[in-house]
Design a protein around this ligand. Structure first.
Ligand code: 26W
Length: 839
């Protein structure tokens, strides 16, 4: 690290620059060559970021040194997505010098919050899975757990969402356009990654003669722990062409062609793939996966060999390698290739090491999201890996047949190759076969994995299957996003909740304290006013901060059922128009979320929300008592504004489809009541906050499965419920889209004519009934506020600190490192153990 510009070359300057106005002025000169009198806000932000970053550098170097000297086992987290959000404020809060920097800024006539707004966050993920990776890293760092995360440095992250005439428009997200002060390119940490070509075997074992090579360069981001010296590394790989361009071709005048191979290399890091997308670009996606996996494993082995005198036998005691979903599953074949072909281990020893190091978290029950690759594509791009996968499969299936000789079909079902309809490699099966732990992300999801998705594997390897319920970091989602509530908590229950969220339980008795409820309500009101101003700024819509803020914020997907919410809004609107004088509870229904660019139904739902909003918001009979808003460009930043202002959190996915959800946790932690199905972590939230403080409705996962198996008749449901028929009719007939009456016909047809796969119609009535109970509860102000307080108090278990501790103890078997020694395992904070032999 010492050869990096702008970093102190000795850890002696560990704390870097102290917060002072003159430091900022110096930094302004060094970073931007601008005098204070002509500096823009952006320039000051660069100066501040640079000063804060300097403070991290020494601790970052020391952490690396401490981990190396302690010789402890380290977790390596492989993830194709990371959504860290803005880093500057978080880094200052972590170091405990936010207030001091704020004062330094103030002395210069600058507002620190305004400066922070200039930061462009790395948006390197689609949704929950990417944000979970960031929350996990925050917790690992805060609790001094030795870990490193690996991913891709996408040049363009998740697309920016614009709304034009109610439709989503995707535009490239150039997050690093103005430079990112938090990244450190390390050209000296570089690996060669091969693609294509053929295998030769001249009697000394197979040799891969690759057709193409790309270099992976490390680009490191610091992940500071809070109130500790630990700073972990997020290492993102950036591709470089082996040759910048073909000079001979260029000199012949073939300028475009001269750049072709360089472009192909750069393409690997060009963009983050949106989820659920089409077949286009699938080869590029596989190239991305292999690129980052190969670089990461080469890095892991190099570091291990450096400290283990070239001996690989202790690998599984030195590293744990975690597959964040199936996206990095090609790592299994790559590690075997490195161990067998490059390091000349025999197959059985290599396989024992592999199953010793790998573990795998699944994040989705959607069959279409379980990746599989055509055998032909994988063989063309990674010929040696295909051979290795086939060898793993042959040995595995031999073993399976010996285990279960009576089940003739079992081998077909568990095979790594799906032979039906074009041969494909099932990446999830590869991950399961090679991992000593396979976990779900909530209790229900863990059970559904073991009973359905991976049922055959759970019978073969019962000891592997477990679950670790997701969690979120209270530092970002409470302390940083909701400073008003954080201050109130500090005053009433002390500061310990920040790294021991279980302490929130101390709040429960205050639910009965009218004075506390008033203070709590004042914080919520201020957050709602802040959001109302943001909504006015972004959408031009005025909303009433005293109305009930009802929010559904997440990726737009049919399984998440934003459309059920819209049906509820339409029915409420019809009721209001029919009886405008009644005493309606004023509501603001807030949506935010992105639709995958190729997902037509999801994009139509966004348009429907806008069309419904235009009619409802403008109807004088409603008189502002129902407003619908869609906040564009949902991401970590928008979530930080919306979450603290929510009264009601809609978590209404079809039971058995949402693996966990983490927005549900963030919202409840900030005092929103949940309106949810018996899905994902909603079930565990109910256990913690109690039946009376949450609104659970609808069919459970078992009933949904039964409906899908044939009992359901969507048309009969519509015929039996005139309000449902009316809501659907309004959508289908063009009531909200007179300019194009057919616009939403496909959405209604999916429900009525094509089997209503996500069972909106089956849950519609129960959803409306639950909404009615919510209105009644909201009218009783003290009761509602008491419920909100009880929700906050009950969220102790949903900290990513608990999640990180479980991964560390039960899956990776790593222990915290402080001051050069592995620390005592901090078991006292653990909640009940959840690993079982079988679920
Ligand atoms: C095409 C590959 C692909 C498929 C799905 C890429 C990305 C995805 C998702 C968007 C994965 C995802 O974010 N899953 C979410 O993970 C969260 C963290 O565990 C869970 O809380 C959510 O329930 C789950 O949807």
């Amino acid at each position: 690290m010492s050869d990096q510009p702008n970093m102190p070359d000795s850890a002696g300057d560990a704390r870097g620059h102290e917060p002072a106005p003159h430091t900022l002025i110096d930094k302004l000169a060094q970073e931007t060559a601008t005098p204070p009198e002509s500096a823009t806000g952006g320039a000051w932000t660069r100066a501040l970021s640079s000063a804060v970053r300097d403070g991290l550098a020494g601790r970052w170097i020391d952490t690396e040194r401490r981990h190396a000297q302690a010789g402890v086992k380290r977790a390596c987290y492989l993830s194709l997505e990371f959504l860290p959000g803005r880093i500057l404020a978080n880094a200052m809060l972590a170091a405990g010098d936010y207030d001091a920097w704020a004062r330094a800024c103030e002395d210069l006539g600058l507002d620190i919050d305004t400066l922070a707004e200039h930061e462009h966050a790395p948006a390197l993920g689609n949704g929950g899975l990417g944000r979970l990776a960031a929350c996990l890293m925050d917790s690992l760092a805060t609790h001094d757990l030795p870990a490193i995360a690996y991913g891709i440095r996408y040049r363009y992250g998740m697309f920016a969402q614009r709304i034009r005439d109610g439709w989503q428009i995707e535009t490239p997200e150039d997050w690093a356009e103005n430079g990112c002060p938090w990244e450190f390119f390390r050209p000296e940490i570089a690996y060669s990654i091969s693609f294509g070509g053929r295998i030769e075997d001249h009697g000394h074992g197979p040799r891969w003669i690759a057709a193409e090579r790309v270099t992976a360069i490390a680009c490191d981001h610091p992940v500071p722990g809070h109130a500790t010296d630990t700073v972990l590394t997020l290492r993102l790989w950036s591709p470089r062409p082996a040759e910048p361009f073909d000079l001979a071709a260029f000199n012949r005048g073939e300028h475009r062609r001269a750049l072709e191979s360089a472009d192909r290399a750069e393409d690997i890091g060009r963009i983050l793939y949106p989820d659920d997308s089409n077949d286009a670009g699938r080869e590029l996606r596989l190239r991305q996966e292999y690129f980052f996996v190969s670089a990461s494993l080469q890095d892991i082995l190099r570091r291990h060999l450096e400290t283990a005198d070239g001996d690989l036998t202790g690998l599984a005691d030195a590293v744990a390698i975690h597959l964040n979903d199936t996206h990095p599953a090609i790592a299994v074949a790559e590690l075997m290739r490195l161990l067998v072909d490059e390091h000349e281990l025999d197959w059985d020893r290599a396989w024992a090491l592999s199953t010793g190091v790998f573990s795998y978290t699944n994040h989705t029950l959607m069959p279409e999201a379980l990746e599989s690759w055509p055998v032909a594509l994988l063989g063309a791009l990674l010929p040696r890996h295909l051979e290795i996968i086939l060898e793993i499969n042959a040995r595995f299936l031999d073993w399976v047949r010996a285990q279960q000789p009576d089940d003739a079909d079992l081998a077909r079902r568990v095979s790594l190759i799906d032979e039906a309809g074009g041969r494909r490699v099932r990446m999830a099966h590869l991950a399961v076969v090679a991992s000593h732990r396979v976990n779900g992300v909530s209790a229900l999801h863990g059970r559904l994995l073991a009973e359905h998705v991976f049922a055959d594997f759970a019978r073969l390897f019962p000891e592997r299957f477990t679950y670790v319920t997701n969690g979120v970091t209270p530092r970002r989602w409470l302390a940083q996003a909701n400073p008003g509530l954080a201050e109130l908590l500090d005053a009433r229950i002390g500061r310990a909740w920040r790294d021991d969220l279980g302490r929130l339980a101390d709040l429960a008795p205050l639910a009965d304290d009218a004075g506390f409820r008033r203070e709590f309500a004042a914080v919520k009101r201020a957050n709602k006013a802040r959001l109302a101003a943001h909504i006015a700024d972004r959408t031009g819509i005025t909303v009433d901060p005293d109305s009930l803020f009802d929010v559904q914020i997440k990726r737009i997907h049919e399984y998440k059922r934003q459309l059920l919410n819209v049906l509820g809004v339409i029915t409420r609107y019809a009721h209001m128009v029919a009886d405008p004088e009644a005493d309606w509870v004023p509501r603001t229904v807030i949506f935010a979320g992105k639709a995958a660019s190729s997902y037509d139904a999801a994009k139509r739902i966004i348009k429907l929300i806008h069309d419904v909003a235009a009619i409802v918001n403008g109807d004088p009979r409603v008189a502002g008592r129902l407003k619908v808003v869609f906040i564009p460009d949902y991401g970590v930043r928008e979530a930080e504004l919306i979450v603290p202002a929510a009264d009601l959190s809609e978590q209404i996915s079809t039971a058995g489809t949402e693996a966990s959800g983490t927005g549900n946790m963030k919202l409840a932690m900030n005092g929103a009541l949940t309106l949810g199905t018996e899905d994902g972590a909603n079930i565990e939230i109910r256990e913690r906050v109690g039946q009376d403080h949450i609104f659970i409705f609808g069919h459970d996962a078992g009933r949904i499965a039964a409906l899908r198996a044939g009992e359901d008749d969507p048309r009969a449901r519509v015929d039996a419920d005139p309000e449902l028929a009316d809501a659907l009719h309004r959508i289908a007939s063009g009531f909200f889209s007179p300019d194009e009456p057919e616009r939403f016909a496909p959405l209604v047809e999916a429900l009525v004519a094509h089997g209503d796969h996500y069972k909106l119609l089956a849950d519609y009535r129960a959803y409306l009934d639950a909404q009615d109970s919510i209105d009644a509860h909201y009218r009783d102000r003290p009761a509602w506020l008491a419920s909100a307080v009880i929700n906050v108090a009950g969220m102790g278990d949903f900290s990513s600190d608990r999640m990180a501790a479980q991964y560390a103890d039960e899956i990776w078997r790593i222990a915290p490192v402080r001051d050069g020694q592995p620390a005592e395992k901090r078991t006292e904070k653990r909640t009940e153990k959840r690993t079982r032999a079988a679920l």
